[in-house]
Structure formats: structure tokens, C-alpha cells
Design a protein around this ligand. Structure first.
Ligand code: ADP
Ligand code: ADP
Ligand code: MG
Length: 669
């Protein structure tokens, strides 16, 4: 086996390749740009070489710099990962000319398959059905119009050199062809430096299903089953799974066999993926072949038990494929969610910044492939993919639930991500039913919001988590003040139940908590429905909390600002406001947006302990009079009356802990 290889990539995929190398005892060399000096892949590799400026065109995309760095560090081979130089035939050629091994297919196969027109022609030759259209490049607008008439609208204009969903345009009628053609050509030239376009029929509501293949240098070609990647935005995948809910053994056999014969025809070696779309009548059409390791390869690994990077290394080293088609078996179900630095509420625009806090999910059936840690900087220079969360289950439903729970606890702070958006998709009834299509998101979502509202049950659980954490925080603070309270002669009357009002944007919840805090068990009524809840010990300061509700473990993410609490659960995000019944009653009269300036109540200006109350109910008071003394940080401060009037109600007692904004008294003018 190789002793030392270079990984000509960055981010999660570089880290993932290094992991397999470590297991196999292969030394690794990373490359990094100015923007990546502190990145995880640099820390994980045995060595790292600086290759230039932050812009990929000046670092990761310069073949000479990469090859030079590999030769200088004594590497025997280069793994290109995905993206960057992975599908660059010239790079592959140069690596081989320099005496190293390119961990991927031969340059000729990359060149043929990288051109979508050439690969479509090859597919036809190997007996693989292709999307109806014109196999050839378009000479201009006129040809586009006449071919579109022949195959029938809607049609899809596509860049021949395409990738990453860039440039494609749907054209639904003749009038739209002209603007679409020039827009597509323009974008294609910019993205690929090659303006060649071709045209295909636009298949309505298709599913994207692809076949993973492996081929060695001795003519052995096998497939590892399919992955369904229908959940896409901007023609880019965000959730992938295997097996596909649309698959049956005969279709798998047919697709698998076709993918293998295409690979054979192309003289392919190493790992590759043949992409198809399936129309509503279950007709399959070849889309393209990707000549590299795919982002979504982990789902295949979880159900086949194989390590694709290990197999890539072995094939590249010249080994014979040790597994035959009949040795490949599929166990259970796996789903992957891509976590990207992007804002779903702003049309998935990329987001940047520094990851200031990072807690990733853990668990037996969970795999996280991540390129980030706390302190990582997400810059504008590279792909927005930060990490991938992959789950396994005996059934699709099992894998789905495991992934939902994992995402519930995935906490990334400092950079906006799509973690709650992908979670919302996984929770959607149509996804649960396996009713997928590449138009899933536009069909079921308005921007980042699902068209169906969240269930009341889910919101109730969120209100419970929010209130419990709020309650326990308050209690811990009160407990810490007990010695001081005793000193001034106050004590808190033990109570057996607590009452809260919770406002969750559009919903209002009335919560009654009855509990034994020592046993950490609670009975909670939320709008009359009863729940049994077990809380963890001493966890109420965290941003994530795991509660056992009616026998099931549930993870919530929470962020506090006074009694305003942002919560995330199953893709639902909400700001909740928690009130005691007295505060709630007052809150009803507060102006909605304006800052409240109330002169009929006494508000607490700071956190502390009530050491003295200088008036009684019914007393006449005057503006500026000290009514309550609060002690905080070794300092006593008087709280003065905001008005002249009469004390209507005193809401506190001596020895009680109070916080900024708490209402201490009510007045009558
Ligand atoms: P890329 O190289 O960008 O991956 P693909 O040809 O693989 O381009 O297409 C990407 C996605 O675009 C597919 O997964 C599918 O959702 C959509 N797509 C491509 N071709 C068609 C088509 N003819 N009809 C409908 N959707 C298509
Ligand atoms: P987890 O590992 O479960 O995600 P965190 O690491 O987020 O938990 O919480 C631990 C630390 O974060 C503690 O030091 C705590 O003080 C701090 N912390 C938690 N929530 C907040 C918050 N809302 N505001 C400020 N600091 C917080
Ligand atoms: Mg594709």
C-alpha cells in the first residue's frame, strides 16, 4: 500500500480521507491556502504545505503548485477529493507524468465523461437510455428554438461542461428561449470558461437516483446500489438516502447493470457515480457520470459496511477488487443531511463568519463528517458545505428518527446554517412517506417555512422545555441566595406546583408544573394535556437540553435573553416568552412594539435579593420614595417609586430573589 499521499482538497472531505489513511497507516500531506492556515484538515494531516492565496484559482486550483508540493514532501499519490481538481483530466495527466498515482479514473475517462454531450453519446452506445433531446452542442439560438419545438416544451438548457447545478435554465415556451439562452450562455462561460450548451426535455417532478460503481484495472466492475438525492435546492442535493423508497430489486438490477456497462464502455477505473432521473412513470434516463468520490458516499458506506476511500486507495495502488457483485449486501437504511453555511430565509444565500461555539451530535447510529470546529472561520472563498450528518437505521423510519434527533442537538453558533431547515424537511409528512421529487422544496415550502403549520403537540413540547429550563434557572439562583435570605430573616415558602403562561409567537400555552425537583421528575400540564418529564441533573445552563418526555428522550436547543427564549426542535424555531401569571396579566396591557414605560408598577432595576420592603399594601406613596431595598454584589440599593399614588399590591416578599424587569409592586394613582 502507499506509504504517503497528498490530499488535494480541504474541509470535511479532506478530513474524511485522512481518517481512512490513519486507519491504514498511510501518512498524509494536506495543502492549504492563506484562508485555511488554521483549518481542521491542516491540523489532522501529518504534514501540511502552504499553496497560495485564499482564492482557489491561486491555490487549490493550480495543478503545478499541488504537484510540486506533493513531490517535495515525497508523496506517492494524490487524492483529489471532490470539486477542485478532481474532474480535471489535465491535472490527472500531469500527476501521472510526474510519476505519482492519481487516485481516480484515467485521464481519458475523465475527459469523455466530463463532457456531458460526449457522455450521453457513450451512454446511448452502451444501451443506456438518455433524456430525450439533442446529442450535440447547440450552434445558436435558432437551433435551440427548432430542437425545442421538436422535443416539446418545457426544455432544459444545460452547460456541456456543467457541474454543481450551475447555468441550467428551464424554458417553458418559445418566447422564453431568447433570454434564457443568453443567460445560460453567460453563466456557463463564467462558471466553466466554456460556453457550450445542449438541450434536453425537462422531465416533470423527477426523482434523482444514482448508482455507485467501483472498477479495478483488470476489468472487474461492480455496483454498490443506489442513492436517492431528490431533495435539492438550486439543482444541488441537500438530503440523500439509500435505499431509495422508489426502488425495487428489478429496477436496481437494471440500473446497476447499466451503470456497470457504461463504466466498462468508458474504460473506467476507481469509484464513480452514474446519475439517472426517474420520471413519474418510472422511466429512467441517464444524466451524467461523476468521475470521483461523491459528497453523499457515506450513506452507501453505512449500508454496505465498506469504506469507499479504502477501496479507492487499493484500486489506485493496483490491487484486484476483492469483492464481487454477489458479495455486496445491503443492510438497513441510511440518510445524510448536508449542513451548509447558508440562510434558508434569504433564498439560501451563503453565510460567513466564525464558528464561536460548536457541539456536534453523537451516538451509535450517527456519523458526522465535519470540516469545522469551534474557532473555524467560514470565509467567502469556498463551498458552503460545513459538515454532513449521516444516520443509520434498520428501517428508513428508524434512520429518519435518528437523524432528526441528531439534528435537534446540532449546535453551531456564529454562522447561520441550514440545520433547522434540513430538519424541517426530514419532519415533513411527505418526506416521511417517501414521496420525493426534485421539486420537493418548492412544492412544500414557502421560503424556509413549511406550507403546513407545525403540530400543536410539537409546540407544546417546546413550551415545556422552555418553561422547565426557565423555572430551573430561576430556582438555582434562588437557592444560591438562601443563606443571605436567612440572614435577613426571609425564607421561601415551599411550593408544590408552579404556574406559567408561555407565548410562542402565535400560540399561547398555560403550563402547570408539579414536581419533585430532587428526583428530577415532573408532571406537567400544557393546555390541559398531561406529560411526565424527567430532567437531567445540573444541565440548565446549557444551550442544549435532553429531556425525557413520556418515556422518550428529546433534545432541544435553547438560547436565553431574560424571559425571551429562542428554541429549536424538529426543525421548528420559535421565540417563546415565559411569564408568571401576574407578569402575564400585565404583559397583556403592554404596548406591542414601543418600549414600555409604565408608571403604575415598580420594576426591579437589577438582579438581587429583597432585603427590606418599606411599605405595606394600601400605603400612600410619593414619587422618588424608596419602597424596596435590594441587595446585589455586596451593595444595597433602594428602588424608588416612579409615581405618586397608593400601593395596590405587593408581589414580592422579604428574602426573595428578583431579576431585572421583575414586577415588584402595583400602584393605583
Ligand atoms: P450537474 O452536473 O450540475 O450535477 P446534472 O445533469 O447532474 O447536472 O443535473 C443536476 C440536477 O438537475 C438533477 O439532479 C435534476 O434535479 C436536474 N435535472 C437535470 N436534468 C434534468 C432534466 N432533463 N429534467 C429535469 N430535471 C433535470
Ligand atoms: P452544550 O455543550 O450542551 O451545547 P454549551 O457548551 O452550549 O452546552 O453550554 C455550556 C457553556 O455555555 C456554559 O459555560 C454556559 O455558561 C454557556 N452558555 C449556555 N447558554 C448560554 C447563553 N444563552 N448565553 C450565554 N452563555 C451561555
Ligand atoms: Mg449531477
Amino acid at each position: 500500500m502507499f506509504e504517503k499521499i497528498m490530499i488535494a482538497n480541504r474541509g470535511e472531505i479532506a478530513v474524511r480521507i485522512i481518517r481512512t489513511c490513519k486507519r491504514l497507516g498511510i501518512q498524509t500531506v494536506a495543502v492549504y491556502s492563506e484562508a485555511d492556515a488554521r483549518s481542521l484538515h491542516v491540523q489532522e494531516a501529518d504534514e501540511a504545505v502552504f499553496v497560495g492565496k485564499a482564492r482557489s484559482a491561486e491555490s487549490y486550483l493550480v495543478p503545478e503548485k499541488i504537484i510540486d508540493a506533493a513531490l517535495k514532501t515525497g508523496c506517492q499519490a494524490i487524492h483529489p477529493g471532490y470539486g477542485f481538481l478532481s474532474e480535471n483530466a489535465r491535472f490527472c495527466e500531469k500527476v501521472c507524468q510526474s510519476g505519482m498515482v492519481f487516485i481516480g479514473p484515467p485521464a481519458a475517462a475523465i475527459a469523455t465523461l466530463g463532457d456531458k454531450i460526449a457522455s450521453k453519446a457513450l451512454a446511448l452506445k452502451s444501451g443506456v437510455p438518455v433524456v430525450p433531446g439533442h446529442i450535440g452542442m447547440l450552434s445558436g439560438l435558432e437551433e435551440a428554438e427548432s430542437i425545442a419545438e421538436q422535443i416539446g416544451f418545457p426544455v432544459l438548457l444545460k452547460p456541456a461542461a456543467g457541474g454543481g447545478g450551475k447555468g441550467m435554465r428551464i424554458v417553458s415556451c418559445k418566447e422564453d428561449m431568447k433570454p434564457a439562452f443568453s443567460a445560460c450562455q453567460e453563466e456557463t462561460r463564467k462558471a466553466f470558461g466554456d460556453p457550450q450548451l445542449f438541450i434536453e426535455r425537462y422531465i416533470a417532478n423527477p426523482r434523482h437516483i444514482e448508482i455507485q460503481i467501483l472498477a479495478d484495472r483488470y476489468g472487474n466492475v461492480i455496483h454498490l446500489g443506489e442513492r436517492e438525492c431528490s431533495i435539492q435546492r438550486r439543482y444541488q442535493k441537500i438530503i440523500e438516502e439509500t435505499p431509495s423508497p422508489a426502488m425495487d430489486p428489478s429496477l436496481r438490477l437494471k440500473m446497476g447493470t447499466m451503470a456497470c456497462s457504461l463504466a466498462r464502455e468508458a474504460g473506467y477505473t476507481n469509484a464513480g457515480t452514474v446519475e439517472f432521473i426517474l420520471d413519474e412513470d418510472r422511466n429512467m434516463y441517464f444524466l451524467e457520470m461523476n468521475t470521483r468520490l461523491q459528497v453523499e458516499h457515506p450513506v452507501t458506506e453505512l449500508v454496505t459496511g465498506l469504506d469507499l476511500v479504502e477501496l479507492q486507495l487499493k484500486i489506485a495502488y493496483g490491487e484486484v477488487l476483492s469483492i464481487r457483485q454477489e458479495d455486496v449486501s445491503f443492510n438497513g437504511s441510511a440518510i445524510e443531511a448536508r449542513i451548509c453555511a447558508e440562510d434558508p430565509s434569504r433564498n439560501f444565500l451563503p453565510a460567513t463568519g466564525m464558528i464561536t461555539r460548536y457541539a456536534s451530535p453523537r451516538g451509535g447510529s450517527i456519523r458526522v463528517d465535519s470540516g469545522i470546529v469551534a474557532g473555524s472561520v467560514v470565509s467567502v472563498y469556498y463551498d458552503s458545505l460545513l459538515s454532513k450528518v449521516i444516520s443509520w437505521g434498520e428501517t428508513r423510519e428508524g434512520a429518519r428518527m435518528t437523524l432528526i434527533n441528531a439534528l435537534n442537538g446540532y449546535h453551531v453558533e456564529g454562522v447561520i446554517t441550514n440545520v433547522d431547515f434540513v430538519n424541517l424537511i426530514l419532519n415533513h409528512p411527505a418526506f416521511a412517506a417517501g414521496e420525493l421529487s426534485t421539486r420537493f422544496i418548492e412544492q412544500h415550502f414557502d421560503n424556509e417555512k413549511a406550507k403546513i403549520p407545525p403540530s400543536t403537540e410539537r409546540l407544546s413540547l417546546m413550551a415545556i422545555a422552555t418553561t422547565l429550563v426557565y423555572h430551573n434557572r430561576q430556582k438555582l439562583v434562588r437557592d444560591s441566595l438562601k443563606p443571605m435570605a436567612a440572614h435577613v430573616g426571609g425564607f421561601e415558602r415551599p411550593r408544590s406546583w408552579y404556574h406559567y403562561m408561555v407565548k410562542g409567537e402565535t400560540d399561547i400555552f398555560e403550563l402547570r408544573l408539579q414536581g419533585n425537583p430532587d428526583l428530577r421528575t415532573w408532571t406537567i400540564w400544557a393546555n390541559g394535556n398531561q406529560y411526565q418529564v424527567i430532567t437531567p441533573e445540573l444541565e440548565f445552563y446549557r444551550r442544549r437540553i435532553k429531556l425525557n418526555i413520556n418515556g422518550q428522550s428529546q433534545m432541544f436547543r435553547l438560547q436565553f435573553r431574560g424571559n425571551f427564549i429562542w428554541a429549536a426542535f424538529c426543525g421548528i424555531t420559535r421565540v417563546f416568552e415565559v411569564y408568571s401569571p401576574q407578569e402575564w396579566e400585565l404583559a397583556q396591557f403592554m404596548p406591542k412594539v414601543q418600549k414600555r414605560v409604565l408608571d403604575n408598577v415598580l420594576e426591579c432595576p437589577m438582579p438581587g435579593l429583597v432585603v427590606d420592603i418599606r411599605v405595606q399594601k394600601g400605603d400612600r406613596i410619593y414619587r422618588g420614595q424608596e419602597l424596596v431595598i435590594v441587595e446585589s454584589m455586596k451593595m444595597e440599593s433602594g428602588v424608588a417609586s416612579p409615581c405618586d399614588g397608593e400601593v395596590l399590591e405587593i408581589l414580592i416578599e422579604k428574602g426573595q430573589a428578583v431579576d431585572t424587569g421583575n414586577i415588584l409592586m402595583r400602584f393605583k394613582h
